[in-house]
Design a protein around this ligand. Structure first.
Ligand SMILES: Nc1nc2c(c(=O)[nH]1)N[C@H]1C(S)=C(S)[C@@H](COP(=O)(O)O)O[C@H]1N2
Ligand SMILES: [Mo]
Length: 320
């Protein structure tokens, strides 16, 4: 008998079957958009109007960080060809193939809600609000695979401080771009679009939490969430929302895409926890992409010393 390993679980088994878009439908959708995407591009008056080509551009003055892991990094090829980004397709290799549809200039990010300094940032200004750092982080997907990724970014806390949250700001709500031309997977109800995520304010302010704009010293490839995405290394990968256009400070715990889709399987917190299994598979071990033997999954993905205090006194079986 063949025992199914967690990393072999297909997206079709993770999302409700009737909502799952098959590969053929997706390819059809993507080719239907190709023409209109090209037409739109010609009309945009920006030196980057044909970017995704911007991916590959070197980022300058990137500092090293003491928060970085010293483990062997996954290859650029692994990091950019084994992706979850359902707006660009549900197979692991789909986002790389469909990256060409996601143009990232012009791009704005609206910082809004319970803040004194609400502002719509042009992406090229936003990436200059703080020095860029390389952060080599262990990343753990809820599907029980992991990678070590040299992100480039800046602490989310830098942006929070600029925004000056009011006393009512208890959480931050993040929203991905909604545009089926540039994210053709949004033509299918795999999830409720746009993709949304959230953090509690203390999680957002934690020094490990970054907004990433690059990897391996280069501008972030579209399939990894260009031009800007969240990275929270002690949480399952799906908290790391990609291609963000809206950062809203709110009083109440915001809805999150995977929790809306399957609340009994995905909670708001989604901290990596080898002791709390997913209802359909174990979270005790993981496969590091590129390795043969499984590894033990570490509490908070190995970042417990830095983050355990955030959750003191909370029942992590209840707040999964
Ligand atoms: N908008 C959006 N963000 C997303 C996803 C997605 O489907 N859409 N997938 C999440 C999941 S499940 C994971 S594991 C990580 C994967 O990031 P990576 O492909 O850069 O490794 O992105 C997360 N962010
Ligand atoms: Mo994931």
């Amino acid at each position: 008998m063949l025992i199914k390993k967690p990393e072999d679980i297909k997206p079709s088994e993770i999302t409700p079957r009737e909502l799952y878009m098959n590969r053929r439908q997706f390819i059809l959708a993507a080719s239907a958009t190709a023409l209109s995407a090209a037409t739109v591009l010609n009309g945009i008056d920006s030196p980057f109007s044909s970017s995704p080509a911007i991916a590959g551009q070197k980022l300058n003055n990137v500092r090293k960080s003491s928060f970085s892991a010293t483990e062997k990094q996954n290859s650029f090829k692994d990091i950019t060809n084994y992706n979850n980004f359902y707006e660009l397709g549900t197979d692991k290799t789909d986002p790389a193939e469909n990256a060409k549809y996601l143009t990232t200039r012009p791009w704005t990010v609206s910082v809004e809600g319970e803040v004194k300094k609400a502002k719509t940032y042009d992406i090229d200004d936003l990436i200059k609000i703080a020095p860029l750092e390389e952060r080599i982080y262990r990343m753990r997907c809820v599907e029980a695979w992991s990678m070590v990724i040299p992100w480039v970014g800046f602490p989310l806390s830098s942006l929070v401080k600029l925004a000056e949250p009011t006393g009512n700001a208890k959480f931050i709500h993040f929203v991905t771009l909604q545009d089926p031309k540039r994210l053709p997977g949004q033509k299918y109800a795999v999830l409720d679009w746009p993709y949304v995520e959230g953090l509690r304010m203390d999680e957002a302010m934690h020094p490990l939490t970054i907004l990433s704009v690059g990897l391996y010293g280069e501008v972030l490839p579209a399939q990894n969430g260009a031009p800007i995405r969240l990275v929270v290394p002690w949480k399952y990968g799906f908290k790391g929302i990609k291609s963000i256009v809206r950062i809203r400070f709110v009083e109440k715990q915001p809805p999150t895409s995977w929790n809306i889709s399957a609340p009994q399987e995905y909670g708001f917190y989604s901290n990596v926890n080898p002791e709390v299994d997913h209802p359909r598979w174990s979270q005790a071990t993981e496969r590091r992409i590129g390795e043969f033997f499984r590894r033990k999954t570490l509490m908070f993905n190995g970042y417990g010393e830095q983050v355990a205090d955030l959750y003191r006194g909370m029942d992590l079986k209840k707040y999964y």
